[in-house]
Structure formats: C-alpha cells, structure tokens
Design a protein around this ligand. Structure first.
Ligand code: ATP
Length: 450
C-alpha cells in the first residue's frame, strides 16, 4: 500500500480531482467565483443524487415516516416563531489592521483571508487586541416577495428545512392517518450567510439538507433519541464509511430549542467535523407555532384520550457536507501493476457501489476486429438499466485508471476471446482481479451486485 496523503495535501488532491473529473466546480468560475457556493458537475450531480436516494430510501420506504417537499420561501412569521429572527446569529468581529471579518468564536482556528496578510493566524491579532467588539450577525438571507421592497414584504431563504415540516405536521398527519410515533422527512436546499466559508463543501452559503423530524409522545423522547442516533451512524457505515472515521460528539452548550444533542462527526483531512446533528427538540417548535399562528397544534391520542404537544427528535444531515465526507472516505492511492512488470501509483475512489456515479465501463480491447460493435451493443443494453460509460480510446490500462479515479466499480472488457466464446472479462475496481462471464449474463450480473 502506498503512503496515503493527508491533511492539506490530501484536501488539495481531492479538490483538484473533483474539478478535473467533473464532480465539483467553483460557482460562476469564469467571473472569479462566488464565495461559499459550488456547482455539481456531471459526476458530482450523479453522486449527490445517489446519496440523496440512499437517504430517501432508508428514511421513507418504511411504515412510520412520510416524505415532504415544502417551499423554500415561507411566511415570515415562521422564522419569528422558530427563534431564527432573534437567535440565528453568530458573533462577528473585524480586524482593525487587515479589515478582514471573522466569527468571534472561531478566531483561534481562522486564517486571515486578506491577500496582504494571508497565511497569518487571526488568533495573533486577537492576542494583540486588534479586533472590534463582537456584533451579532443574523445568518438568514433576506429578500422581498412581490414588487415592493419594504419591510412588510420581507421573506427569508430558509436556513433549515425543518420548519417546513413542523408547519405541515397536521397536514401530513391528517392526510396519511399516521399516529405518533411517526416522522416526516425532507431533502432540500438551505441557505446561511456564513461569515467565513471554508474547507470546500464543508461550510458553504448554499447547501442541501436531508432532515427527518420524528414526532413522539413526551416521556418516550430519549428512547427515540438514542434509537435514531445509532440508526443514523449505522447508515454511514452501511454506505462504506470507515467506522474509525466516525464519532459522536455530545453538545454541552445546547441550542435554545434542544434538550439533548449529539453530532455525528467525520474525520476530514483537516480534523473532526460535524456531518449530522441528532437533536431532541422537545415540544419547542410546535408549541411556538401554536403560539404564533393561533392554531391548536395539540395531538389527541385515541388510545389514552390524552392531549399533548408531541416531542420531536430531529436527524439533520447535510447532503453536500456528507458528500464531501464520502469523497474523503473514498480517496486512496495504491500501487498497481502497469502490465510491463512495473508498478505505478493509481488513484482510486472506493465509493460504495450504491453511491458510485458510474456503475460500469464497457471497453473494447482494441478498435478493430468487430470488438467496438460488440461493445456498443452491450453498452446500449446496459444503459437502459444502469449509469454506464463507453470508452475505446487509449490503452486498456489507461482506461482502467480513468475509471478507478471516478470510482467505477466494474470494467467490462471485450477482447479476442469474446469473439470466440461470447464471454467478457469483468475487472473489479478494489482488488483489480478479473473474471470471465458470458456476455448475455452481464446485465443480470451487475444488477445482482449493485
Ligand atoms: P455548524 O456548527 O457546523 O455551523 P450547525 O450545528 O449549525 O453546524 P445544524 O444547524 O445542526 O448545523 O445543521 C445540520 C447539518 O446541516 C449539519 O450537520 C451540516 O451537515 C449541514 N450544514 C449546516 N451548515 C452548513 C453549511 N454552512 N454548509 C454546509 N452544510 C451545512
């Protein structure tokens, strides 16, 4: 096994691979980029979709969770009730010397973004007292609904998807006849005007969340909290995340709505970072929406004839941050034979096959003897069922490397033996071993394994 890159070197390699192979591009790159925003290229969008599909299936293809897709823009009172207008703030300070802006609670780990001072730790200026007093800065993006730009027309781009679920709790319950305990799941964009964006997809201003709110009877909340905490960590492991790179971090300082909170953390090249939050939000949100909307949001329990406001256990995952964790988890450099008795270093993305953006590549060994025709026919058949790729340029060794680099689990090669006995070789990404199977069994072979 070749020595693995780590830290900044690893992060730089991943960012560069993402751009080169079409996973992630900087937003509005030709204009110099827009800070904190990223675009998903052809492979990135496929990877993101596979990740969201895996989450959606595991969270909603069950009896006790329903799906939802609420609008991004909501009534402004929602954000007053949720506490975001008042509390969704970060303390911000400005450096009097270099004029850069920082989150006051993250100064120690921040580097100066000002070009003239780049590479200098912000903590140094803090130690020398060069910062302004901290001011609270609200992270919600404000805009206006309709033609008038006045205070009565203010709306916000949602900073979390959860509130769309709370305000629809009764709609979902009544239309599905669900009884608690049950959950509502949603995937969607969220926006936060972060003071400092950093670490690629980790902290961005526009991102996607995959959230599930599970409504339970008060008193049973901690039991459900522990259940979801374990279930959600296991989900990452089932999708190939290495268990020693996952960790629980308990919050000592709780948000205004929570009575218990754990982060699921991943060991990124720059250190541990939250990828999902598991929160016991108590009855805070529904109670506040009852108060602010004037609508009765109590739940009536048929069995016990009790009335109460349900408690909520929230599992709040970042799709984009999770995608970055899966990218980091998959990246490996390994020694591989060149075919001439020598070895070279190959870069391989060891994605779980469910996540891999391309499932298989079809490769004619040479561009003659009828091999491209057979390969194209197989490719046309496979593409009806899977995301597959056809490649006939360069040596087969080079084509394998290209597929390794984007994490394609299977390469199917049409060679001279195919012409004689209608078999193909299947080459496995992780072990680089090969086996022969009948060409007409390829489609079923892939579907059994994917
Ligand atoms: P942080 O402390 O990192 O700012 P948070 O505790 O505010 O995060 P939550 O409000 O719990 O985060 O959000 C749930 C999830 O949404 C996070 O675990 C993360 O995966 C994702 N997320 C939150 N903020 C961002 C962001 N700025 N960019 C990308 N993903 C984010």
């Amino acid at each position: 096994m070749a020595q693995q890159p780590s830290g900044t070197e690893l992060m730089d390699k991943i960012v560069s691979l993402c751009k080169r192979r079409g996973f992630i591009f900087q937003s509005s790159e030709i204009y110099g980029g827009l800070n904190g925003c990223w675009d998903y290229g052809p492979l990135g969008v496929e990877l993101l979709k596979n990740l969201k599909d895996a989450w959606w299936k595991s969270m909603t293809y069950r009896d006790d969770v329903e799906g939802l897709d609420a609008a991004i823009l909501m009534h402004p009172r929602v954000w007053e009730a949720s506490g975001h207008v008042e509390n969704f703030t970060d303390p911000m300070v400005d450096c009097k010397e270099c004029k850069a802006r920082f989150r006051a609670d993250q100064i120690e780990e921040s580097m100066c973004g000002n070009k003239a001072y780049q590479g200098r730790k912000a903590g140094k200026c803090a130690a020398e007292g060069k910062f302004t007093e901290a001011r609270q800065f609200n992270l919600m993006f404000k805009t206006y609904i309709g033609p008038l730009e006045d205070s009565s027309a203010v709306v916000y781009l949602r900073p979390e998807t959860a509130q769309g679920i709370y305000v629809n709790f009764y709609n979902v319950k009544d239309s599905t006849r669900q009884k608690i305990p049950f959950g509502i799941a949603q995937i969607g964009k969220a926006f936060r005007n972060e003071i400092n964006t950093k670490n690629f997809l980790f902290r961005t201003r526009e991102f996607e969340q995959m959230e599930m709110q599970f409504f339970v009877k008060p008193g049973t909340d901690m039991e459900w909290f522990n259940h979801w905490k374990e279930t959600r960590k296991q989900w990452y492991i089932n999708l190939g995340m290495s268990p020693d790179k996952l960790n629980f971090h308990e919050h000592e300082k709780l948000a205004h709505y929570a009575s218990a909170a754990f982060d699921i953390e991943f060991l990124f090249p720059f250190g541990w970072g939250e990828i999902e939050g598991i929160h016991n939000r108590t009855d805070y949100d529904l109670r506040r929406h009852q108060e602010f909307s004037g609508k009765n949001l109590e739940y009536f329990d048929d069995a016990t004839k009790e009335k109460f406001i349900p408690y909520v256990i929230e599992t709040s995952a970042g799709a984009s941050r999770g995608l970055m964790a899966f990218l980091c988890n998959a990246y490996a450099e390994e020694e591989a034979p060149t075919g001439e008795g020598k070895t070279e270093i190959r870069t391989v993305m060891k994605f779980h096959s469910q996540l891999a953006p391309v499932k298989a590549a079809v490769l004619p060994l040479v561009r003659k003897d009828g091999m491209p025709e057979i390969a194209t026919k197989l490719y046309d058949e496979l593409k009806k069922r899977f995301r597959v790729f056809y490649d006939e340029s360069a040596t087969v060794g080079k084509r394998y490397r290209r597929q390794d680099e984007i994490g394609t689990p299977y390469c199917i090669t049409i060679d001279s033996e195919t012409l004689q006995n209608q078999t193909v070789t299947i080459r496995y990404r992780d072990t680089m071993t090969q086996e022969r199977i009948a060409i007409d069994k390829t489609s079923n072979y892939l579907s059994e394994r994917l």
